[in-house]
Unconditional design. Structure first.
Length: 163
């Protein structure tokens, strides 16, 4: 089992970040065999370290996993899982550039996917679609926070891909 830091409330706190290019494709990753939920597809993100702010954790995780410098972040989603001790915050991010590179220990593949491809992906991790809906809503309506209840995980082909 992967050991993730717990916070004072006994839960793992995590962040995820959605970033979209001008062509409407979103950056998702296929998780490596060395992290929790190997082979699953999700947005970049990870655990918040004790004492670290959610915002700084989001910036750090995106830089660590895909090498992108974040220049703007807006929280658009929050999820407190009811079936495990996990609380997530989701952000709509804007990167300085999109020359992403996978960090091989954590990321097996970079995927630039459109909405239909995301919705059809059989390997999506847990509540990825709930977060994606919040991203689309935030982009369409300005910024509004969306919160959801816990969801069950669910689970796309491999390398950097844009279809």
């Amino acid at each position: 089992m992967i050991n993730r830091p717990t916070q004072d409330d006994g839960r793992v706190h995590g962040v995820i970040v959605g970033m979209c290019r001008d062509d409407g494709r979103w950056l998702l990753i296929r998780r490596s065999a060395h992290v929790a939920a190997p082979g699953k597809v999700c947005f970049p993100g990870g655990a918040i370290e004790p004492g670290e702010s959610r915002r700084l954790a989001a910036i750090r995780e995106v830089r660590e996993e895909v090498g992108l410098p974040i220049i703007d972040l807006r929280q658009v989603w929050h999820d407190r899982s009811s079936d495990r001790p996990l609380t997530l915050w989701g952000y709509l991010g804007r990167a300085e550039h999109f020359n992403a590179r996978a960090q091989p220990h954590e990321v097996d593949e970079l995927l630039w996917l459109g909405e239909r491809e995301i919705r059809a992906c059989p390997d999506l991790l847990g509540n990825t679609l709930s977060f994606f809906d919040a991203l689309l809503s935030a982009r369409g309506n300005g910024h509004q926070a969306i919160s959801t209840a816990g969801h069950q995980p669910s689970g796309h082909p491999r390398g950097q891909r844009s279809t």
